[in-house]
Design a protein around this ligand. Structure first.
Ligand SMILES: *Cc1c(COP(=O)(O)O)cnc(C)c1O
Length: 473
């Protein structure tokens, strides 16, 4: 399998070539040249597999430059009961007839990002060892991504993590999760500023190409193809749990921000998984809902980006969305030309674009529908789900659940992807239910653990000095 860029660069690259890269050199996102189709016999065979073996089968279709035995061992080491809590890895829980929640948040940081990041940690370690290289991951986080990256990379050979977060602004639980890590390859840098300051520093360091090359600086952002690929697996696993035979269809509802999670659903559907609808659920930051209703993609400015109680979906633009647009337009050379115009000319110059009527008319054949949810909707959904089912859902999953109910069709099971556990967002749970969220065993006293972090001013220089000092050490 070779990979191409959504903006037209067709230099042949294998999986291992793009694994450690971010954007393609032309600014586009990597996609496989084609999507392998899964026929009925294959689907029937996969139904009986463990999660790890299912993951191996799916990954193998896209990875031909890692020996099969190595890949199988790596995947089996990743998706274990020890890391994800159950042998099923992503167990399904039925609420009403035909409406289920797929648990994706039982990994170490209690959010679905562990599903991909844990695999990425093992893939990075493997590939770096094979190349005799090192990688220093630099990132900015306001919570979920940073902790998922740290728990995936802790103790990994050849990898260091430098994670910037706004000093004193994360929730006590999130701080405790990240700062209690004692692994010497994990560096928590608490920046005296807000999240945007952290992100600006990361950008400034990454734009210093000399520094970047000299210190092997890389990222683990959500546009990484390997992360998306890892997420394709749980759509298949959810389908097999919700159905008895492969002539049934299901729909998925996905709380969405950067369009990474639901883009994996689009890939699964394109491969032939019988998905009826892909329900894209947003919060008040409704860039994606607006697109699916109108065909207009309009990036928001920071003044228009709301701080909500489902903060991991507070985005101004959806960084993975370009992949879907490229596929919508035909996944070919002409599509790349058009995608390049939309995302490298119209988005920067006009703040967005409106698809042609003929282009937008293709969206329904891809299964996408959408909806949005507000703070009041979240509270109502959390209360209702607790009152009727004694199930506590987090704020993001509540957004998914609210929009899912608007799109249920008779005879088609609707699977809502749970993207985090309520323990991570205690304040809104207290507001909705007047009680503390449940906390998984082992995390009860986490706030009292010793913390390991360094406070730095919101300036590029001190961060660079810190990296230099700790890469040579
Ligand atoms: C990252 C995240 C999302 C959004 O996922 P995307 O892949 O960016 O669409 C939703 N919920 C939670 C809890 C997250 O951490």
């Amino acid at each position: 399998m070779k990979y191409l860029s959504t903006r037209g660069d067709t230099t042949p690259r294998g999986f291992a070539d793009i694994l450690l890269e971010g954007l393609a050199p032309d600014g586009g996102l990597y996609l496989p040249t084609h999507y392998p189709k899964v026929d009925a016999a294959t689907l029937a065979r996969w139904r009986g597999l463990s999660y790890a073996d299912l993951a191996f089968e799916i990954l193998s279709l896209y990875i031909d430059d890692i020996p099969a035995d190595d890949l199988r061992a790596l995947v089996r080491r990743t998706y274990t009961r020890e890391v994800f809590g159950t042998d099923t890895i992503v167990p399904l829980r039925w609420l009403d007839d035909g409406l289920a929640i797929e648990a994706l948040s039982n990994g170490p940081t209690l959010a679905f990002k562990d599903m991909a990041m844990q695999l990425l940690g093992n893939l990075f370690e493997y590939e770096l060892a094979r190349r005799g290289q090192q990688l220093n991951i630099l990132g900015a986080t306001s919570g979920d991504t940073g902790s998922a990256a740290e728990y995936a990379m802790r103790g990994k050979k050849g990898i260091r993590v430098f994670m910037l977060s706004p000093h004193g602004r994360m929730s006590p639980f999130q701080q405790a999760q990240m700062f209690s890590l004692q692994d010497p390859n994990i560096h928590n840098l608490a920046i005296e500023g807000v999240f945007d300051d952290c992100q600006d520093i990361v950008k400034a360091v990454s734009n210093d190409l000399d520094f970047k090359r000299r210190w092997s600086i890389g990222t683990v952002n959500s546009i990484n193809w390997a992360r998306l690929l890892a997420q394709v697996v749980y759509y298949f696993a959810g389908y097999f749990q919700a159905t008895r035979s492969n002539d049934e269809r299901v729909s998925f509802a996905v709380p969405s921000g950067n369009f990474g999670n639901i883009c994996a659903g689009h890939v699964a559907r394109t491969m032939g998984l019988p998905i009826a609808k892909l329900v894209c659920a947003t919060n008040e930051n409704d860039v994606l809902d607006e697109f699916f209703r109108t065909g207009t993609y309009r990036v928001r400015g920071s003044a228009e980006t709301h701080e909500t109680s489902s903060p991991s979906m507070d985005i101004s633009k959806a960084s993975n969305f370009e992949r879907f647009v490229f596929d919508l337009l035909g996944h070919d050379v002409a599509a790349a030309t058009r995608t390049a115009d939309l995302f490298s000319v119209q988005v920067p110059n006009a703040g967005g674009f409106t698809l042609g009527a003929d282009e937008f008319a293709r969206v329904p054949s891809f299964g996408f529908v959408s909806g949005r949810s507000t703070h009041a909707d979240r509270l109502a959904t959390i209360r209702d789900t607790w009152a009727r089912h004694r199930v506590m859902v987090d704020t993001h999953t509540a957004d998914g659940l609210k929009v899912a109910r608007e799109h249920v069709e008779p005879g088609v099971p609707m699977i809502v992807l749970e993207t985090a556990l309520p323990a991570k967002f205690a304040a809104t749970i207290r507001e909705a239910l007047g009680r503390e969220p449940e906390r998984p065993p082992g995390l009860e006293g986490i706030e009292a653990l010793p913390k390991r972090f360094t406070v730095l001013p919101a300036q590029v220089g001190p961060v660079k000095h810190y990296i230099e000092a700790h890469c040579t050490a």
